[in-house]
Design a binder for this molecule. Sequence first.
Ligand code: SF4
Length: 441
Amino acid sequence: MPVGLVMLADHLERHGLAAGVLNLSVELLENPRFNVERFIERCGPGVLAFPLHWHSQLKDALACLARLKRRFPQKTTVAGGFSASLFFRDILALPGAPDFIIRGDAEKPLLALCRSLLRGVPGLARVPNLAWRRQDGTVEATPQSYVATGRDLSGLSYANLDLILNKENVMKYSDEQEAPLRRRPGERPPDCGKVFYVAGRGCANECSFCGGASGTQALANGRRGAIYKPAGTVVKDLRLLLAAGVRKVHFAFDPLPRAGYYPDLFSRLRRAGLRFKATFEAFGLPTERFLRAYAEALPGSRVIVSPESGSERVRRLNRCDFYKNPDLLSRLALMKSLGLEHTVCFSVGLPFETRRDFLATLRLAGKVKKLCPKGEVFMSPIQLEPFSPLYRTPQKYGASLDWTSLKDFLEQKPRTLGYSAGLMGEREVWEKAALFNRAMR
Ligand code: SF4
């Protein structure tokens, strides 16, 4: 579930509008006979809002949206998120499209839209970042004039989990990486009480494969570079989340790995006496200063590092914030000595990668395993992301694209990539990832 949904609902509530979040997939996993139409009839909302973020979720989310729009034609439907922002013209042209799309940062536009609908006077021209289809089929859009700043983020809270209408089930499955139905018999049940926390927005980098890269975010959200939520307000949120029963926090925002933001945040957490198990997704190689502050504040926590390839050449050509293999190994050794756990994520099939590079990845992964046999190491191919650098400039990466439109993303098949860099075929890429993961078990 996108982390921003709880914040959006909270923002509406703070301004006097009742709002709630339903995680429909979790509800259907828990109760396959759950009837969302009946649920909506009972709750009676005037506006139905849908997140359209990840392209792999688009097809189902749009189908659900179209179904509910048919069933409740009198209710206003609105969508937002990365994919909605990037493909807003194409989405508004689909049958069963939402009435409105909010492009980019949504808290202020959504509040302005709801207020305007409540007043009964549309006044849509005054709602920033909004797009809709006129009766003649053309798309009207207001300027994308709301781009949140760090100061805006300080007034937003991500901690009001009570606004999740099926909170109990959401928390029950909150530590699942895969759909729980895929769990094999005898496998451990999910941990409860994990939340993702994103302490800012944007990124300054342009990694080849990334749908959250700087140029992509400029198109989707009107933002280049990154902003952070002031650390004091993050501490406040985390205090509330822990009081609500959260036991694990997954930090998933690290656009400036050498900045002092997190060491400062961790020392604030320590001073505030807030202790919990965390997972930190490092976008680059965490600095020594970061690791020491992290281990001191949140002992026994985990760091996820993604060198992508064992070949430094492939890493340099695809990833920003380059580091060498010996640096990775020495930082992992430091994590071990500080009592931190680690997960190292590799990929395969990246632009410019050859079979020899894959062998280099296997060799590096072997060294990582030798250093810390209990550490997690895995590999996952990366599918084409809409408007990523690879999508925008495939020629720069020697790639040709199979997915070039919204329709292609909607019709994607499992175990495809959406592009070919010519050095390894799609099938080989997925087979190599499976082989790698078997070898690392
Ligand atoms: S993968 Fe690269 S571009 Fe994408 S969010 Fe991480 S650092 Fe930024």
